[in-house]
Design a protein around this ligand. Structure first.
Ligand SMILES: *[C@@H]1O[C@H](CO)[C@@H](O)[C@H](O)[C@H]1NC(C)=O
Ligand SMILES: *[C@@H]1O[C@H](CO)[C@@H](O)[C@H](O)[C@H]1NC(C)=O
Ligand SMILES: *[C@@H]1O[C@H](CO)[C@@H](O)[C@H](O)[C@H]1NC(C)=O
Ligand SMILES: *[C@@H]1O[C@H](CO)[C@@H](O)[C@H](O)[C@H]1NC(C)=O
Length: 823
């Protein structure tokens, strides 16, 4: 198997080499859905004439035969519609979707659109990792894994036992201790994964913790942007992102985090006994939807319990209908096949309508910070102390209490051979520009300036300059001309601190100027300023948390790129994603700042999604029969809208210090509460047919398009999309009154009485019927929610319905409603 795939990769390379020379028009990748036969997962067995299907092996044979048949039909469509030599088929999708990916010219793709039997043709719009970059300088947030400790108390060390989580990402670092095999992991050995070997991924890399590892590269190879010295064609993670995500969800318990010789504590995944199935589909130099979809098809075929997508298109791939993009269709069919799909909500916040998770069949995860900070400090010779940011050793570890303070600009060599823009030198990017005698054994002030502003200067270069010239440490300060900057902690290999506030920077400069003697030409004659750097690597757990991160994408949800509101709450839920420590890959091909590290401190909804995937594994372990919508509902209804101060959760806004009270469009149902989510009392369920009805009930729906994409007519629809049985209720235009239906199921083991209470959104009267009910185990109860406009408004207001059980289950349903006038 492994060998076969390797050969295929080589062939594709050769073909691309020869084709590109002779074709003038540029090629792109197109994703195509085909009419007719169902994909393998949804094959009706009784359709296969006369076979005895009792034996599993027979079914397997039929499935394989059907897959071959679909593949042949794809080749046939291509041969009969396109010119020979004008295309290259990259994949046949046959498990959850009947379709293929083809590399061809726009002219040929147009022909395909009109060919008989073709449902949809979508240009591959790429896929990216949902990190906000690594701790770099501008705009970096991150989460926390000390939360796992609290969670572990409920599920102890067996957390996630027996569950398989699939990761479509940048691969995995198989030698990392977070993925070491622990013989006490009990697995289902029938998982049909394979272990593809390749560079950096030798035989034995799949070890019982990592139970399967594949890579998908036809799309990346067709794009022609892969770089042989960066991108590795094997399941090995040369980036670090995939390892970080997998470890956050399912990394081993209690793995020591040691960086630059300092111990930051122990890391643990949310579900440390869950097993990992790796589907590498993204590379440092290339990410295509094509490889991602092929990976999703395979993961579903393998039968993962949970699929984690910290990658995806950051913007709607289908401009007319967000939920009908190929990516969303693959998620729908994975969900239909029984897989819980968790996706990052996107990092384009804090503006409204930036969420990149649209569909009710996937859980879209928003991102928040935690209560952990790493306080670090600078003390000047006059005793003034400044707080700053940086995971740094203290300068007094070097022996002296205080060191000479030097402004980099004052230490410029008189006749050096270096770029002469003073700002450039100010930023400590060029060791050759500074006088070694002056800066050695000093604390050097480097200043934020145009090079950082336009992204050409970097923090690793400051550290490099400091190492080269023997700084005791550096102070990287804001520049009043540019204002404050946003700083995030990451490990410095020499003492250093970032002072991101311009007012602090001014005070430091005032002190420095007062202490520094100059001649009449302005040349420094004596540096009398002194400074020391404090310990910056010890965590403090006192911050207000959670706070929704600035970059976390926000609702409302939308039907199309014109922001037509979609009556469905997104994001779904909030989890830690800002400043998260987890496993890394020392190659760190796209993050120079983390090269050589075994652990990375990262931020993004990429880091939030695997927290939810791991918690879902804990729920699934306790409740093996629960469907994906039951698990998603359990997490949503038990989430909290309050922070660790007992106040409503806040959300960061546009400005550096902006904060407003968070709404469901920032935090979804709220901050996930694992201890409650494993025992939610009631759940709201919805299945594939419900999603169809939902799509068919959207206003001004293009029913033709739904039929084409899903292959089914709109035979039934809800009176309104808000009737989809979700654990939330969103109405973007409530006129007069509206009745909305919900149905709950009791998943607890005892009879319980529930009382319904309402916090009404401004301008809306809400009544729930019945106002109370008694429900037996496994019983269901219909609820009618009557909504009446009492005051017209032109924007959303929020409230909630709370069902409180006699056995202390609390079920919260957020309401987001715009009450509009009748006309
Ligand atoms: C490939 O990566 C190497 C190493 O990062 C880099 O030096 C080189 O410029 C890259 N080549 C291309 C074509 O991008
Ligand atoms: C093991 O996994 C396979 C495939 O996911 C599944 O069909 C089977 O029911 C599982 N068996 C057990 C005992 O959980
Ligand atoms: C960024 O700013 C630096 C310093 O002013 C300048 O030398 C460089 O050319 C600029 N780069 C870009 C891409 O604008
Ligand atoms: C809402 O309106 C309906 C019909 O218009 C009425 O029967 C009901 O009492 C109203 N409910 C509330 C809470 O105002």
């Amino acid at each position: 198997m492994a060998v076969f795939v390797q050969l295929e990769v080589v062939m594709i390379l050769l073909l691309i080499g020869s084709i590109c020379i002779c074709i003038g028009e540029e090629r792109d990748i197109y994703l195509v859905m085909v009419e007719g036969d169902p994909p393998v997962a949804f094959l009706q067995h009784d359709h296969s004439a006369g076979q005895n299907l009792a034996a599993d092996s027979h079914i397997e044979i039929l499935k394989a035969r059907h897959a071959k048949h679909l593949e042949a039909s794809h080749d046939e469509v291509l041969q009969s519609s396109l010119e020979e030599g004008s295309y290259k088929k990259l994949y046949s999708f046959n498990h959850i979707v009947n379709g293929f990916a083809v590399h061809t010219t726009p002219t040929q793709a147009n022909k395909l659109k009109n060919a008989p039997g073709i449902k949809v043709v979508e240009k591959d719009s790429g896929a990216k990792m949902m990190t906000t970059h690594t701790p770099n300088m501008l705009d970096i947030p991150q989460g926390v894994w000390h939360a796992p400790n609290k969670i572990m108390n409920t599920a102890a060390a067996a957390a996630g036992q027996g569950i398989v989580i699939g990761f479509v990402d940048s691969g995995i670092n198989p030698v990392h201790p977070s993925f070491a095999y622990d013989p006490s992991i009990i697995g289902n050995n029938s998982f049909p994964g394979v272990c593809q070997e390749g560079p950096m991924f030798p035989k034995g890399s799949c070890n019982g913790k990592i139970i399967s590892a594949r890579f998908f590269s036809a799309g990346a190879l067709a794009g022609g942007t892969l770089n042989a010295s960066l991108d590795i064609l094997s399941p090995f993670d040369e980036d670090g992102h995939g390892s970080h995500v997998a470890a956050t969800a399912a990394g081993n318990h209690g793995v020591p985090v040691v960086v630059n010789g300092f111990s930051y504590g122990k890391a643990s995944g949310m579900a440390p006994r869950a097993r990992i199935a790796v589907y590498k589909a993204i590379y440092p130099s290339a990410g295509t939807a094509t490889d991602v979809l092929a990976a999703m098809d395979q993961a579903t075929k393998d039968g993962v319990d949970i699929l984690t997508l910290s990658i995806g298109p950051d913007e709607p791939a289908n401009k007319k209908f967000t939920m009908l993009s190929m990516f969303d269709m693959f998620m729908l069919f994975a969900r239909k096949a029984g897989v819980l799909v968790v996706q990052a909500a996107g990092n384009r916040g804090p503006d409204a309508y930036t969420v990149a998770s649209y569909s009710p069949w996937a859980v879209g995860v928003a991102d928040c910070g935690t209560d952990r900070t790493y306080p670090s400090s600078l003390v000047l010779g006059n005793g003034q102390k400044f707080n700053g940011i940086g995971l740094s050793a203290p300068s007094f570890g070097k022996g002296l209490l205080q060191y000479k303070l030097v402004l980099a600009k004052d230490a410029i060599l008189a006749n050096g051979d270096f770029p002469t823009t003073p700002e450039y030198i100010d930023e400590c990017q060029h060791p050759e520009a500074l006088d070694p005698v002056v800066v050695q054994q000093s604390i050097v002030i480097c200043m934020f300036s145009s090079g950082f502003y336009n992204g050409s200067s970097t923090l690793p270069m400051i550290i490099n300059t400091g190492r080269t010239l023997g700084f005791v440490g550096f102070v990287f300060i804001a520049n009043p001309a540019y204002g404050d900057f946003i700083a995030e902690p990451y490990p410095f290999s020499i003492p250093g601190i970032m002072i991101p506030k311009a007012t602090d920077a001014q005070l430091i400069m005032d002190y420095y100027e007062k202490q520094t003697e100059r001649n009449d030409k302005g040349i420094v004659t004596a540096y009398c300023g002194r400074a020391s750097l404090g310990e910056g690597r010890v965590a403090s757990y006192t911050e207000r948390a959670p706070i929704v991160s600035r970059y976390s994408s926000r609702g409302p949800n939308m039907i199309d790129v014109n922001k037509t509101p979609l009556d469905l709450l997104k994001p779904d839920i909030l989890a830690p994603g800002h400043n998260i420590w987890a496993a890394w890959s020392p190659m760190s091909a796209s993050h120079p700042i983390l090269v050589g590290y075994d652990f990375g401190l990262l931020s993004g909804t990429s880091m939030a999604a695997p927290h939810i995937a791991g918690i879902a594994a804990l729920i699934k372990q306790r409740n093996p029969s629960w469907s994906p919508s039951m698990i998603a509902s359990a997490m949503a209804t038990t989430a909290t809208a309050y922070d660790n101060h007992g106040e409503p959760i806040m959300a960061q806004g546009q400005g550096i210090y902006d904060m407003q009270p968070s709404t469901p469009f920032d935090h979804g149902a709220g901050f996930v509460s694992p201890a409650h989510a494993i025992d939610p009392g009631l759940v709201f369920m919805s299945e594939y047919e419900d999603y169809m009805s939902f799509l068919c009930s959207l206003p001004n729906t293009d029913r033709e398009m739904i039929k084409t994409s899903l292959g089914e007519m709109c035979t039934h629809s809800f009176r309104a999309p808000s009737d989809l049985n979700t654990p939330s209720l969103t109405i973007s235009a409530l006129r007069g009154s509206q009745l909305v239906r919900r149905r709950v199921k009791n998943v607890a083991s005892k009879v319980e009485m529930y009382v319904c209470a309402v916090v009404s959104p401004t301008g809306v009267a809400v009544e729930v019927n019945p106002p109370w009910f008694t429900i037996v185990p496994q019983g269901t109860q219909d609820l009618e929610v009557m909504l009446n406009v009492t005051q017209v408004k032109d924007s959303f207001s929020h409230g909630e319905i709370v069902l409180t059980g006699s056995l202390r289950h609390i079920v919260r349903i957020p309401l987001s409603i715009v009450p509009v006038s009748m006309s």
